[in-house]
Design a protein around this ligand. Structure first.
Ligand code: GRF
Length: 191
């Protein structure tokens, strides 16, 4: 299964996918990594593995619609079976979703449908939850609203900061994402 992975930052989820792909039985290949900004660790991780990269920045386009169209073209150039938004901090637009509809997944650091949006960890803590976690879901036109594929729970400790909690969530998030991709890869091969 050909994957295009989209990142915006440190790319530890991407790294977990790249590591899993080292095993041929995993059944997935990262054919490209895309970002909405240059000079991020996620792009370095791809380049170290010799995986092609592309950057499509909002600031380089006159409006959001042309950014969305350019992103769809950049992804499409690599002919993916699945697009993985793994810490990509932009809402994907209609051009991307029309072209890859039903074939785009996202990982989110909270138990959806609670705490969608860019600050899932902070919002869960502010609410005082005792258990939070992460969710892998298909992407639809809403913000973190698409059908849920998998979730993992993480307990909130009394002395947690947003950073410490997010780091613990990311440990299980990476495992969840690799597990989801293994399953989707198996389904793709037998389809
Ligand atoms: C993940 O927790 C993801 O869900 C959130 O940002 C984090 C990205 O981490 N949107 P990384 O870039 O994969 O290390």
């Amino acid at each position: 299964m050909r994957l295009v992975v989209l990142v915006s930052g440190s790319g530890t989820n991407l790294q977990a996918i790249l590591d899993a792909c080292e095993d041929p039985s995993f059944g997935c290949e990262v054919v490209a990594v895309g970002a909405d900004r240059p000079a991020i660790a996620g792009l370095d991780r791809a380049e170290r593995r010799g995986v092609p990269t592309f950057v499509v920045a909002v600031a380089d386009h006159p409006d959001r619609a042309s950014w969305d169209a350019a992103l769809a073209d950049a992804i499409g150039a690599h002919d993916p079976d699945l697009v993985v938004s793994a810490g990509f901090m932009k809402i994907l637009g209609p051009a991307v979703l029309e072209r890859f509809g039903g074939r785009v997944i996202n990982t989110h650091p909270a138990l959806l449908p609670s705490f969608p949006g860019a600050h899932g960890v902070r919002d869960a803590m502010a609410h005082g939850v005792k258990v939070t976690g992460c969710t892998c879901h298909y992407v639809d036109a809403g913000v973190d609203t698409g059908p849920i594929i998998a979730q993992r729970a993480v307990a909130v400790e009394d002395d947690d900061t947003e950073g410490s909690l997010h780091e613990r969530i990311k440990v299980v998030e990476r495992e969840m994402l690799v597990c989801v991709l293994r399953e989707l890869g198996e389904r793709h091969r037998s389809a």
